[in-house]
Design a binder for this molecule. Structure first.
Ligand code: PBG
Ligand code: ZN
Length: 326
């Protein structure tokens, strides 16, 4: 049996920083972080996103500079979101050869060694703001898959490293895997937004990406946040359909889901520390209520401790800068 007090003193290993570090179980590294970038086809200068202090929409011409800066800070990977100049019912600007994301992928791949992930969805490109094709007021699952396939191929042809389908349509991973394979892109991995909840924490992002639905909400495709067993089914299906990396989103409020996934599956797990989670920390620290650096360190550590291998976070640049100073 374990020795009791006074033989065992838990405080013994907490008495100085070296000891504490020696027995520390979890560490967040800059290389674990993925930085989201918004690319806007309509602007000439970077545009601050008011609801996400420190985050901008960038024009294409800024990408060489920003990607070099990101890389020099030790970040290895970014995820792209596009704001196109044209939106329509079918999101056709999402799969144009010279669409904003396709050009962004090429530019960043040419100008840096960053690993480029592209979010694959329709909501930024549809006039109605939904993540799929709307018919009779409903999102049609199977017709949407046909568009997702076109987007996947156009990203692959532009040279993307990883595609990340985020629309929560049934069968999206399988559909994308099979089209990529049949077109000769069998080595492009899929990072699947597997357990993506219908969360109120996405609203700053929807301002940033201009992707809010014009009617209704996303509850017919994103998950009910009251459910956890359902997340296991979603993840299981995505793995069976060929997901290489699975994702839980949001992250901080869903650490239990990350943990369950970690215990059950051997695939790499990504967690998306979403816009609302970022804004809460940012505004609270701007008001002096909390200390930004220590809170961000604590929350990113909690995500990794729960079992995430990779964290998509708007804090990535700040975190990388804090870590460089040491
Ligand atoms: C688009 C998408 C969203 C996010 C990532 N991809 C928004 C949504 O589902 O409405 C949210 C990211 C964030 O809040 O940081 N499908
Ligand atoms: Zn979407």
């Amino acid at each position: 049996m374990i020795n009791m007090f006074p033989v065992t003193r838990m405080r013994r290993l907490r008495m100085n920083q070296k000891l504490r570090e020696m027995v520390q179980e979890t560490e967040v590294n800059t290389g674990d972080l993925i930085y989201p970038i918004f690319v806007d086809e309509n602007i000439k200068e970077k545009l601050a996103i008011k609801t996400m202090p420190g985050i901008y929409r960038y024009p294409l011409i800024d990408l060489p500079g920003i990607s070099k800066e990101i890389q020099s800070l030790g970040i290895k990977s970014i995820i792209l979101f596009g704001v196109p100049s044209c939106k329509d019912e079918l999101a056709s600007s999402a799969y144009e050869k010279n669409g904003i994301i396709q050009r962004a992928i090429k530019t960043i791949k040419n100008e840096s060694d960053l690993l480029v992930i592209a979010d694959l969805c329709m909501c930024e490109y549809t006039s109605h703001g939904h993540c799929g094709i709307v018919e009779n007021g409903r999102v049609d699952n199977d017709k949407t898959l046909e568009i997702y396939k076109k987007i996947a191929i156009s990203y692959a042809e532009a040279g993307v490293d990883i595609v990340a389908p985020s629309g929560m349509m049934d069968g999206q991973v399988g559909a994308i895997r099979s089209i990529l394979d049949s077109e000769g892109f069998e080595y492009i991995p899929i990072m699947a937004y597997s357990a993506k909840y219908a969360s109120s924490l996405y609203s700053p992002f929807r301002e940033a990406a201009e992707s809010a639905p014009k009617f209704g909400d996303r509850k017919t495709y994103q998950m009910n946040y009251a459910n956890s067993r359902e997340a296991i089914r979603e993840i299981e299906l995505d793995i069976m359909e060929g997901a290489d990396i699975i994702m839980v989103k949001p992250a901080i409020l869903y650490l239990d889901i990350i943990k369950m996934a970690r215990e059950r599956y051997q695939v790499p797990i990504a967690a998306y520390n979403v816009s609302g989670e970022y804004s809460m920390v940012k505004f609270a620290s701007m008001e002096g209520a909390i200390d930004e650096e220590s809170v961000v360190r604590e929350l990113l550590t909690s995500i990794k401790r729960a079992g995430a291998d990779l964290i998509i976070t708007y804090h990535a640049l700040d975190f990388a800068k804090w870590n460089k100073k040491i």
